[in-house]
Write a protein that binds this ligand. Structure first.
Ligand code: HEM
Length: 518
C-alpha cells in the first residue's frame, strides 16, 4: 500500500528533475547556438573578453585596421558590453536607414543617462520623448529657414576674424568662442562679448564634462550599472560625487543663458532667437515640463553644434600648415572673384568651386564624429550574424572616409579629388558630405548650419590672412603633427600657428562689413 503512494511521488520527482535538465539543456544549446552566430572577431579572454584588445588611442584608425583582418562587420566584447563594428558604407546604410526602426537607439551610458541624468537628445533612446525633442529641434534647424540665420552667421564670422587680428596667438581659442557665440546668439539671443565671457567658460565646461562623462572605460558604473545605486557618501563612491559636481555645472549651462533670454523678454528687450520664439508662441502659462523641454532642446543644439563646428575649423587651420599650396589655390580663387574688394558672404558660396572641394576634403579627411554609435533593443539577424540586443553598433566613419577603394591615397589632403575633369575623364570621388552627418533617423539635424558656419569661417580666414607656422626660438617653422585627441569629437591635439594679415585694405573692408551687419 505504502509502495503505491511513494511510486507516483518518485515518478513525479524524477519527471520534474528530468524536465528541468532537458529544458536547461535545450535553452543552453539555443543560447550557445545563438552566440555562435556573432560576427567574426578576435578571440577574447574569459570574463573580460576583448577588453585588452580594444584600442585606446587612435581608435578609429585601429578599428579600421582590424576590419582588414576580420571583415567589414566584426564583434568585440568588453566584460558585459557587446560592440559591433561596421566598416562598410552599404552595411551602415542598411542598418541605420533601412532598419532604422530597430537601430535608432543610443547605447546605454549609465554614467551620463542614469547618474548625471543628462537627458539631452544626443543620449536619448528612440521613442516618443526623442521624437518630441527632434520635432522641437526641427523648428530651429530645417532647410526652409536655414537662410534666416545667414546674417547672424556672417556677423559672428567677421567678428571672429577681426578678433583674430587683435590676438593672433589666440586663434584656436577664438575658433571655440565663435562657434559658442553663434549658437548662443541664435538659440538665446544673447551676445557673447569675447572669448573670456563667463558663458564661454560655462559652455566649455559643459562640453568637457560631457566628454569626460562619456569616456569609454573611465567609469566602473558603465560596466556595472548596479553601482548607480551606491550612496554618494560611501568610500569608493567618488564617481557619484564627481557626477553631482558635473551635474550642477552642466545644469547651470542649461539654465543661465535660458534665464538671460527670459529676463530680456520680461524687460521687453526681445532679440529674435529660438528661445524667444518658443516662449512667445503661446499666451498660456508655460508648464514646468514645457520649460524643461525647451531648455533640453536648446542644450542639445549647443552640445551637437558647437564642438563639431569648431573642431572642423581647428582642423582646417592645422591642415593649411601642411598644405600651403591648397591655401594659395583657394585664396587665388577668392581673389579672382572678389578682387579683394568685397568680403565674401553666404550668397557667394557657389562662386568658389575649389573652396567647396577644400571643404569636402576637410570633412572627409577628419570626420568630426569618427565613430557613430547606435544601439538596438532586441536581437537582430543581419547577413546571417547575430546583432545582440543592447550592443553598441558603431559605424566607423573615419574608416569609411579613409577607404582606399573609394578615396585613393586617403591620408593625403587632396581637394582636387572632388573636381570633374572631363578632358582627363576624371569623375569626382563620392561626396563625403552625404555621409559624414550620419544616416537615418538620428542623422545630424544641424548639417546646414554646421556646413555654412565652417564655410564662412574658412572663407573669411583665407580672405583676411595667410595661415602660417609659428617659429621656434631659432626662427625655424614649427610644423605640428596632424594628430587628434581621443574622444567622440575629433579635435586636433593643441598646436601652435600664426596668421599674417594679407592687407590693411582687407581689414578695413571687414570692419565695414561688421558695421553693416550689426
Ligand atoms: C559641423 C559639422 C557637424 C557634423 C560633421 C555633425 C555630425 C553629426 C553626426 C555624425 C551626428 C550623429 C548622427 C547619428 O547618430 O547617426 C550628429 C548628431 C547631432 N548633431 Fe551634428 N554635426 C555637425 C554640426 C551640428 C550643428 C551645427 C548642430 C546644431 C546646431 C548639430 C546638432 C546635432 C544634434 C542635436 C545631434 C543629435 C541627433 C540625435 O541624437 O538624434 N550638429 N551630428
Amino acid at each position: 500500500m505504502q509502495m503505491g503512494v511513494e511510486s507516483p511521488l518518485i515518478f513525479l520527482t524524477l519527471f520534474s528533475v528530468g524536465s528541468i535538465v532537458v529544458v536547461t539543456l535545450v535553452s543552453w544549446r539555443k543560447t550557445r547556438n545563438k552566440w555562435a552566430l556573432l560576427p567574426p572577431g578576435p578571440r577574447g579572454l574569459p570574463f573580460i573578453g576583448n577588453l585588452l584588445q580594444i584600442p585606446r588611442t587612435n581608435t578609429p584608425r585601429a578599428f579600421a585596421a582590424m576590419s582588414c583582418q576580420y571583415g567589414p562587420i566584426y564583434y568585440l566584447r568588453a566584460i558585459n558590453r557587446h560592440f559591433i563594428l561596421i566598416n562598410d558604407l552599404d552595411m551602415a546604410r542598411t542598418l541605420f536607414e533601412k532598419r532604422g526602426a530597430t537601430y535608432s537607439h543610443r547605447p546605454r551610458f549609465p554614467m551620463v543617462q542614469e547618474v548625471i541624468k543628462r537627458d539631452t537628445m544626443l543620449f536619448m533612446n528612440y521613442g516618443p520623448a526623442y521624437r518630441n525633442s527632434r520635432r522641437l529641434v526641427s523648428t530651429f534647424l530645417n532647410a526652409r529657414i536655414a537662410e534666416k540665420y545667414w546674417p547672424a552667421q556672417e556677423l559672428e564670422s567677421v567678428r571672429f576674424v577681426l578678433a583674430v587680428r587683435k590676438a593672433p596667438h589666440d586663434l584656436l581659442e577664438l575658433t571655440r568662442w565663435t562657434a559658442t557665440a553663434l549658437i548662443i546668439r541664435l538659440v538665446y539671443g544673447v551676445e557673447v562679448s569675447d572669448k573670456d565671457d563667463a558663458l564661454v567658460h560655462l559652455a566649455a565646461d559643459f562640453g568637457r564634462l560631457t566628454g569626460e562623462a562619456t569616456t569609454p572605460g573611465r567609469w566602473l558604473v558603465d560596466a556595472f550599472p548596479i553601482l548607480r545605486h551606491v550612496p554618494a557618501w560611501l568610500p569608493g563612491a567618488g564617481f557619484k560625487r564627481w557626477a553631482m559636481r558635473a551635474k550642477a555645472r552642466m545644469d547651470a549651462f542649461a539654465c543661465v543663458p535660458y534665464e538671460m533670454a527670459k529676463d530680456k523678454i520680461a524687460k521687453g528687450e526681445i532679440t529674435p532667437c529660438w528661445t524667444a520664439e518658443k516662449l512667445l508662441e503661446t499666451t498660456e502659462q508655460l508648464t514646468e515640463q514645457r520649460e524643461k523641454e525647451i531648455q533640453h532642446t536648446a542644450t542639445s543644439m549647443y552640445s551637437g553644434g558647437s564642438d563639431t563646428t569648431y573642431a572642423m575649423v581647428e582642423t582646417f587651420i592645422l591642415l593649411m600648415l601642411h598644405y600651403p599650396a591648397v591655401q594659395k589655390k583657394a585664396q587665388a580663387e577668392i581673389d579672382r572673384v572678389t578682387g579683394g574688394a568685397w568680403v565674401p558672404s553666404m550668397r557667394d558660396r557657389d562662386q568658389f568651386p575649389y573652396l567647396a572641394c577644400v571643404i569636402k576634403e576637410l570633412f572627409r579627411f577628419s570626420p568630426v564624429v569618427p565613430l557613430v554609435p547606435h544601439s538596438l533593443h532586441q536581437d537582430d539577424i543581419f547577413e546571417g550574424y547575430l546583432i545582440p540586443k543592447d550592443a553598441w553598433v558603431m559605424v566607423n566613419m573615419w574608416g569609411l572616409m579613409h577607404d582606399e577603394k573609394r578615396y585613393p591615397d586617403p591620408d593625403t589632403f587632396v581637394p582636387e579629388r572632388f573636381e570633374t575633369d572631363s578632358a582627363a575623364g576624371r569623375v569626382p570621388q563620392d561626396d563625403p558630405l552625404e555621409i559624414v552627418f550620419g544616416f537615418g533617423r538620428r542623422s545630424c539635424p544641424g548639417y546646414l548650419l554646421g556646413l555654412s558656419s565652417v564655410y564662412l569661417n574658412v572663407v573669411h580666414l583665407l580672405f583676411a590672412f595667410e595661415i602660417v607656422p609659428a617659429k621656434d626660438e631659432a626662427g625655424t617653422d614649427i610644423i605640428p603633427p596632424i594628430a587628434f585627441k581621443d574622444g567622440h569629437v575629433a579635435h586636433p591635439k593643441p598646436f601652435q600657428c600664426n596668421v599674417r594679415e594679407r592687407s590693411a585694405a582687407r581689414m578695413t573692408l571687414l570692419e565695414h562689413a561688421l558695421h553693416s551687419l550689426q
